[in-house]
Design a protein around this ligand. Structure first.
Ligand code: UD1
Length: 305
């Protein structure tokens, strides 16, 4: 089997690549290295790398040749970046997905997994988030992710191309880049504590998130590639539990054995207060639930960093 992983040099894509290689598969990576890193790609004869952009249809068609299954992880992942540049978001996050779907249709690909986001839910208060509830995307990023999800479902209904949209909640783990102020909070706290810097908590720290470990997200993708009932669906990928940012920092400090004194700053504009997923659809359609979980994931992350 030949797998195409877009964004395979990035955080989640590189972990999916590792998993596929461990199972003895061949992997082609399509990545423009705007945020992905060459050191994330294993040195293996079973990996082929195409440097290119999902926004370019001809490049995508070249990358799609002979491919059986696609994991489409490439994106402009920073929400603030898309707020500053909505056209770039549309080109990469939406059109890039349509390019993948059309090239996959032409190449008779068996299934496409699409990396969607909990961002599509926006700031509506109802919890836990279920896939069939009312949603309110609030940024170019979330609008383009939602539009891509609709395109995935349309390609399934209209052309029979099997697609699965996975709505990732707050994913964390090794290789998540802490360098931007808008990077994942766990990568930022971890990096700050490692360098003896005081962590910042925005707001009162009582906002909550559903943190899911990257190895569990990888397994959700592997299940989605094979589960018959998953085709055409949009499915939350999370743990179903919530943790406040105050408790997150305490847990990290306990594991690291370092005391902490957070610096509280005003809450971020547009910050969502609470986020937690209902993961019954993942159980039903993917026969998946997180196995590593939050605390074991944190320990694994700190062992590797
Ligand atoms: C995350 C996703 C985003 C998605 C959203 C959907 C990441 C990096 N972002 O955003 O793509 O749209 O879920 O719900 O995964 N915080 C601090 N101190 C810090 C950094 C962050 O207190 O140094 C706080 C933030 O204000 C926020 C929480 O931690 O309340 C989580 O922040 P972050 O990891 O950036 O993720 P989300 O904002 O939830």
């Amino acid at each position: 089997m030949l797998y195409l992983v877009t964004g395979g040099a990035g955080f989640i894509g590189s972990h999916i690549t590792d998993r596929l290689l461990a199972d003895g598969h061949s992997v082609r990576i399509l990545d423009n290295f705007s945020t992905g890193k060459r050191e994330n790609i294993p040195d293996s004869a079973a990996v082929e790398v195409i440097e290119g952009d999902v926004g370019d249809y001809d490049t995508v068609c070249t990358a799609m040749k002979q491919v059986d299954i696609v994991f489409h992880e490439a994106a402009i992942a920073s929400v603030p970046e898309t707020v500053g540049n909505p056209l770039a978001s549309e080109r990469v996050n939406y059109r890039g997905t349509v390019n993948i779907l059309e090239a996959a249709r032409q190449a008779d690909v068996k299934r496409v997994m699409f990396a969607c986001s909990a961002a599509v839910y926006g700031d509506l208060p109802e919890l836990p988030k279920r896939e069939d509830m009312h949603i309110k995307p609030l940024s170019p990023y979330s609008v383009d992710k939602l539009a891509s999800e609709h395109a995935c479902q349309m390609y399934f209904l209209l052309y029979g191309l099997e697609t699965v949209s996975l709505r990732y909640f707050n994913v964390f783990g090794p290789r998540q880049d802490p360098s931007s102020p808008y990077s994942g909070v766990i990568s930022i706290f971890s990096d700050q504590l490692s360098h003896g810097k005081q962590p910042t908590i925005y707001g009162d720290g009582e906002q909550t998130r559903d943190f899911v470990y990257v190895a569990d997200v990888v397994e959700a993708n592997i299940s989605a590639a094979a589960a018959p009932a998953a085709a055409g669906k949009a499915i939350n990928i999370a743990t179903g539990s919530k943790l406040s940012i105050n408790d997150l920092l305490k847990t990290i400090c306990n594991i690291k054995g370092q005391p902490f004194e957070p610096n509280y700053k005003p809450g971020r504009q547009g910050d969502i207060k609470h986020s937690r997923a209902d993961i019954s659809a993942a159980r039903e359609y993917l026969d998946w639930q997180p196995v590593v979980g939050f605390e074991a994931g944190l320990r694994e992350l700190f062992e590797q960093s």
